[in-house]
Ligand binder design. Sequence first.
Ligand code: ADP
Length: 212
Amino acid sequence: MKNIVLIAPPGAGKGTQAKMLCEKYKIPHISVGDLLRREIENNGLYKEILQEKMSSGLLVDDEIIFNLMNQRLNKDDCNNGFILDGFPRNVNQAIELDKMSKKIDIIIYLNTPKNILEKRVLGRMVCSNCGYSFNLLFDESKPKEINKCDNCKSTLEKRKDDNLETFENRYNTYIKETQPVLDYYKEKNILYNITTTDKYETFNMIVNILGE
Ligand code: ADP
C-alpha cells in the first residue's frame, strides 16, 4: 500500500477521509493534531507551548513536529503504507519530510470553500474514544443520539480550537503557510486535487486515485 499525505484547510474533512481510508486499506492514520492533543493530555514536555500555539491557531514549531514525526514514521506499523494527516504544513516541513525514512507516493488535496469550512468547524463534535467526527450543523452528519457517538456510544466533545476566532486564524495560517506546499508537490507530479465537498464522493475519488 502507498504512503499518502492529505492536505486541506481546517474543516475540509481530512480526519474523516483518513479514518475511512485506513479502515478500508488497514493502514495507520497518523493525525498530527491528535498526536499533539495527546501530548497535552499526557502533560508532555511541550504542553505549554503546544497549548499556546494551538489555541491561537498558529503552527507549532518545526523542531517539535520533526521530532514527533521521525519517531512516528519509524514505527513498524508504517512499513506497509500510511495516511498522514496534518504534515507537512509548511514548505520547510515538506523539505524535511523528503529527508525522513519514508518516501511519499501520493498527495491528496481536498479543496473546500471557506463558507463550508467555517460551518464544519463550528458544528464539529468529536468522539472522545474512537475519534469519529459528527456535525450538528449538517443534517447528514448529526449523531443519531444527542452527544453520543454512533460508532462506540462514547461521549462527543467539542475541540477547544473549534471556535470562530481560532478558525479564522487557522484558516489564515493555512493560506499563508500550507498553500505553498501544494506548489512544492505540483512540481513533483504527485499532487491530486479533489474539489467535491460530498464525503462519499470524495472517498470514492480517493479510492480511484489509489487504484488498489
Ligand atoms: P485542523 O487541520 O482542523 O486545523 P488539526 O487537528 O490537524 O486541525 O491541527 C490542530 C492544530 O495543531 C493546528 O492548528 C496547529 O496548531 C497544530 N498542528 C497540527 N499539525 C501541525 C504541523 N504539521 N505543524 C505545526 N503545527 C501543527
